[in-house]
Design a protein around this ligand. Structure first.
Ligand SMILES: [Zn+2]
Length: 281
């Protein structure tokens, strides 16, 4: 089902693209696939065995928050999924705010375009670094193997959907976005403008951004430049460069190269006046 959804999204976003691409789709796709393979190896060999083992213990010994309250299964699983989704919101916030974590998460953000393949583009080291947090989520929240696999499936679907470059009608997007993260909402999170990127941290349900006041819907997609200011050149984001990126000295991410910032700001202002297109909120 996951592979089918991914394939369908790749086809749909080609037919109805939301944003214009900067790089060639083929070389970007190949690069993101290579990063994804590294991530899949870590997930399969390390993360899943570790986390699933903890979930089995949680089930056997009734450990953690959800298991302590003893709910019927139809209530336990949705509650567990919601708590995992909320604590992932917190983790995503930390990956941006803690310099050591941003060092890894930046690899996901330096993609110069965003589409379904970006959803798979997490550096293998970011996945390794996140294992203790994921283990703590499962152990402390009391996540059963059933709840864990339900969440993993929903999260995968959500992540490939909201990274996709699929243009939905504004009405449909608004309706969906009341509940779940949508492509326009997540596009704002991938903006090169720091204030825009510092919003929309949710990965599944929109409610967490809403509750924390971090929800932004006020930026039209045609004004968004995807990426991180310091890594705007295609030569800076080759497969080799992004693979070594967490382990080398990094540039100050939100600093545009000399002179570019002013031009960028001016063009944004004029575009805002001339286009008159409102955001989707
Ligand atoms: Zn992020």
């Amino acid at each position: 089902m996951a592979a089918g959804t991914f394939g369908a999204l790749l086809w749909l976003e080609r037919r109805r693209p939301l944003r214009r691409n900067v790089e060639s789709k083929l070389s970007r796709g190949a690069r993101n696939l290579a990063v994804a393979i590294g991530g899949a190896i870590v997930t399969g060999l390390v993360e899943r065995p570790v986390v699933e083992r903890i979930a089995r213990r949680v089930e056997r010994e009734r450990l953690g928050l959800v298991k302590q309250v003893r709910l019927p299964i139809w209530l336990e699983v949705p509650l567990a999924v919601a708590l995992l989704d909320y604590t992932l919101y917190l983790w995503h916030y930390l990956t941006h705010k803690v310099p050591f974590l941003w060092r890894f998460h930046v690899v996901h953000h330096v993609d110069l375009d965003m589409d379904a393949s970006t959803a798979l583009r997490f550096h293998f080291a970011e996945l390794i670094v996140s294992i203790p947090y994921r283990a703590a989520q499962v152990r402390l929240l009391g996540i059963s193997p059933l709840a864990l696999s339900a969440w993993q499936t929903l999260l995968f679907m959500s992540v490939i959907f909201h990274h996709s470059n699929l243009e939905l009608s504004i009405e449909i997007e608004r309706k969906l976005n009341r509940f779940v993260v949508t492509p326009r909402m997540h596009g704002i999170h991938h903006s090169i403008v720091k204030a825009e990127s510092n919003s929309n941290w949710s990965s599944g349900f929109t409610v967490w951004d809403y509750l924390h006041g971090t929800l932004r819907r006020d930026v039209p997609q045609d004004e968004i430049v995807i990426g991180v200011p310091a890594y705007r050149e295609p030569e800076a984001v080759t497969l080799e460069k992004i693979t070594e990126l967490p382990f080398v000295a990094q540039l100050s991410a939100w600093q545009l190269p000399e002179g570019v910032e002013r031009i960028e700001k001016e063009s944004r202002v004029t575009r805002k006046i001339s286009s008159g297109e409102s955001a989707y909120a």
